[in-house]
Design a protein. Structure first.
Length: 431
């Protein structure tokens, strides 16, 4: 007797045994061991056929019964497969709470070939809900379950990619990079998961001020963009490359890639990417002191306010536009935009962008003769940057505080200069 799908046969036997409320030990005897029964139920091909036949006979299952059981399991698997595909769509539509409830209702054993994917999707839901510990636990469980199945490298690599995002969401860049490296070691074939790992590695390096290493990574893999199937992933490469070029002062090259990305995003109606790239193009013009064109770009970025799914994409654009308006002495308009940036930053836990928004708002208040209000924002910026180990931003915040104290309190000014020195030492040591 030969079976087409050993996994289905094993699952059918396991389900039948559990319906009869029998333990593995209840079926084991001198002819078949507990480990052999377990291997049969897990679908392992190395088990001898006579052992399978013996177990079937002992359970009182004939061939006709087994065929019916297999057919029922196939139908159940088709249903679960469709459910999981649907849950991916729900998550993509920001319905992670509903998706998580649905996923919790799917009951499968650890040996089931969908068990790892169920847990992986649960991890994605927890991540989007900001439930970091639950997210990490779910992804590690998915890794454990995927290793029980053959050809698990893609899902395991995807878990490490998501774990890196979770670490990044908690501002743990070293851990985020460690996860990415693990994912890249596992996955060999070219796939969207591998490209996502590469993109995220470049992002984390950029956040660690390792622009040269990140830019080299982008350049080395740019020719592979033709193999990426997801348009948002391709545009992610454009967004990071533009930011890297912008931060290194390569304005013309940054301008070229920004315009290419905008054209690609426009043709594919990718509003999040359009919002980010128009904002970055505005920064390029502002850096070249072409404030008229910068304002056109920032205003265009705001057009997508009600179209983007990721509202955090607006924080940086609002902040830079607010700074531009402040330089034009349009304090009321600048304050309104920066309030939006701060609100979004606090809601979305975007630490770096939120610190920059606090600093910009402090500058607006200071320029508008509101020293006390300015100090509130500068202190918020310093505390948040220090808490999340962002020494460059913390240094900038302390510097702004020192500027105010220089005029009103010499002792506190000296204390700030000492703190700035200590922060500079931290930056120099690379901690």
């Amino acid at each position: 007797m030969a079976f087409v799908d050993l996994n289905l046969v094993g699952e059918a036997i396991r389900n039948y045994r559990k319906e009869k409320r029998l333990r593995l030990e209840d079926l084991a005897d001198e002819n078949i061991s507990v480990s052999t029964i377990s291997n049969i139920e897990r679908g392992f091909a190395h088990v001898k056929q006579e052992k399978v036949n013996y177990l079937l006979h002992k359970l009182g299952i004939d061939i006709a019964d087994l065929t019916v059981l297999e057919q029922n399991l196939q139908k159940k698997d088709e249903h679960i497969s469709l459910q999981l595909t649907a849950m991916e769509s729900w998550i993509a539509c920001n319905e992670e709470s509903k998706a998580l409830t649905e996923l919790n209702s799917i009951k499968v054993s650890d040996q089931h070939h969908f068990a790892a994917k169920v847990m992986f999707l649960k991890g994605k839901c927890h991540h989007r809900l900001g439930e970091w510990k639950k997210s990490v636990h779910a992804f590690y469980e998915a890794i454990r379950l995927s290793r029980m199945q053959e050809e698990s490298s893609l899902l395991e690599a995807a878990c490490y990619d998501e774990l890196s995002r979770t670490a990044f969401g908690q501002n743990d860049l070293n851990q985020a990079l460690a996860y990415v490296e693990k994912g890249l070691l596992i996955i060999r074939e070219q796939s969207d998961i591998k490209f996502s790992l590469i993109r995220n590695k470049a992002l984390y390096l950029f956040k660690q001020s390792k622009e040269a290493e990140a830019l080299k990574l982008m350049k080395d893999n740019w020719h592979l963009l033709v193999e990426i199937t997801k348009i948002d992933l391709i545009l992610g490469f454009y967004q990071i490359r533009v930011k890297l070029l912008l931060s290194t002062g390569l304005w013309e090259e940054a301008h070229t890639f920004a315009e290419e990305g905008i054209d690609l995003a426009k043709r594919n109606e990718q509003y999040d990417a359009l919002c980010v790239l128009w904002g970055d193009l505005g920064k390029i013009y502002a850096s070249q002191r072409d404030y008229t064109l910068a304002e056109v770009c920032f205003r265009t970025s705001q057009v997508f306010e009600y179209h983007v799914k990721d509202k955090s994409a607006l924080i940086s654009a609002y902040t830079f536009y607010g700074k531009l308006l402040q330089e034009q002495k349009k304090y009321e308009m600048a304050g309104a935009l920066l309030n939006k940036a701060i609100s979004l930053g606090e809601k979305n836990h975007e630490t770096s962008d939120l610190v920059r928004a606090y600093l910009a708002m402090g500058q607006v208040q200071l320029a508008n003769d509101g020293a006390a209000e300015a100090m509130d924002y500068f202190h918020k910026a310093r505390n948040l940057a220090t808490e999340h180990h962002l020494p460059t931003l913390a240094y900038e915040a302390i510097f702004q505080i020192a500027r105010v104290y220089q005029e009103i309190d010499s002792d506190k000014f000296i204390a700030c200069t000492v703190e700035m020195y200590e922060m500079q030492m931290v930056m120099n040591s690379g901690k």
